[in-house]
Design a protein around this ligand. Structure first.
Ligand code: ZN
Length: 375
């Protein structure tokens, strides 16, 4: 089986563009990964997700282990076949979602015991079991099992948690073994403490991973604090490996992260917002349920080439949301995913051309204008 690689093509300031190669296809970076929590990007056919420009999806270990179960997905040919997505898939380790979603968690050196939020059944997740589940799913990019405290947390709690995650990172590496064609990413922790971030990065580099995530951000600290951490944290990581910022974010979060040297991101925002009537455009955020759209024949964004903007008016989108029609969330999700991928493509082009700063200034200028004036 072919090996994996990461090739950097250009750098502009700290922003980078390149390609991650896997046997299932290339991932152009910086990359935005739509989230397919339960083996589906909600409201989208896989072919449509690809049409928006996505090279890779994210799947959630926690959800898939509980329903339908990793062993069942394996018996059915793996996650790619199961959900009809043949391109690369990254799976998270389950650690973060166990802490945020499940009931009655018990954390020990060995791992975490918890009750399912679906049916109350009891489960045990360890670094070794997380590696086994992600292998059964057939994930192309596997994440080390970690623990992440919500912020704010005191320094001792953050330090203890980070060091536990580093011991789990070593166990994840040992358990993952040698799997050509698949990548294992370590996850840096340490909250907003610069010296703990450096200690964490050093520990991960000693173990050795195919890529490195900046974990423990986008957990309630705010954009300013997140950017403050990203001003130094990526610099602790190897330049020749992909850097992944987990769970980010809004368009301006994504742009600010890329500017600071991040190569990969994921977030439920475009699909979750789409289902609730929130559209993201070059000129900011729009609530399509607002009455001012009820008779507006114009598209969400006249420059957008997605089906929602090419074929439908704001008035139609407003109507189907008001009527609770299924196509409402489908169209807005498609637009949002398309817009997020459009930003990524524009950033890749700007970094390659050495014009990232000018592109970023225009991005903020368009958003500052706000939405188009009512007719
Ligand atoms: Zn559109």
């Amino acid at each position: 089986m072919a090996q994996t690689s990461f090739t950097l093509h250009a750098q502009d300031g700290q922003a980078r563009t390149g390609v991650i190669s896997t046997p299932r296809g290339e991932i152009r970076t910086p990359a935005f990964m739509p989230v397919g929590t339960a083996a589906t990007v909600k409201g989208m056919m896989p072919e449509s997700v690809r049409e928006t420009g996505a090279d890779i999806l994210l799947g959630n270990t926690y959800h898939l282990m509980l329903r339908p179960g990793a062993e069942r997905i394996d018996r059915l040919g793996g996650l790619h076949k199961f959900m009809n997505w043949e391109r690369p898939i990254l799976t998270d380790s389950g650690g973060f979602q166990v802490m945020s979603l499940s009931d009655l968690r018990k954390l020990t050196e060995e791992g975490v015991t918890f009750k399912s939020h679906i049916d109350g059944s009891k489960h045990h997740l360890t670094p070794e079991r997380s590696m086994e589940i992600q292998k059964l799913l057939g994930s192309d990019i596997v994440m080390a099992f970690d623990e992440c405290p919500a912020l704010p947390a005191d320094r001792k709690r953050i330090a203890d948690s980070m060091r536990l995650s580093m011991r789990w990172a070593q166990r994840s590496r040992d358990s993952f073994g040698d799997r050509p064609g698949h990548m294992l990413f370590g996850i840096m922790q340490g909250g907003l403490e610069q010296d703990l971030r450096e200690e964490s990065a050093t520990a991960l580099i000693d173990i050795g991973f195919d890529g490195y995530a900046v974990g423990g951000l986008a957990v309630g600290e705010g954009q300013e604090a997140m950017f403050g951490c990203l001003d130094y944290a990526p610099g602790f990581l190897p330049e020749d490996k992909p850097r992944y910022l987990m769970g980010v974010g809004k368009p301006d979060d994504i742009v600010g992260a890329v500017k600071r040297g991040i190569d990969m991101m994921d977030c439920v925002l475009p699909s979750r917002s789409g289902r609730t009537g929130q559209a993201w455009t070059r000129r900011g955020q729009i609530n399509i349920k607002n009455a001012r759209h009820a008779e507006d024949p114009r598209p969400l964004d006249e420059n957008c080439t997605c089906p929602a903007c090419r074929n439908y008016s704001r008035a139609y989108l407003h109507h189907v949301f008001k009527s609770n029609e299924m196509i409402a969330g489908m169209l807005l999700t498609w637009h949002n995913l398309h817009y997020f991928q459009q930003i990524m493509q524009e950033m890749r082009d700007a970094i390659a051309a050495g014009t990232f700063d000018a592109w970023e200034a225009e991005f903020h200028a368009q958003r500052a204008q706000g939405d188009i004036e009512p007719l």
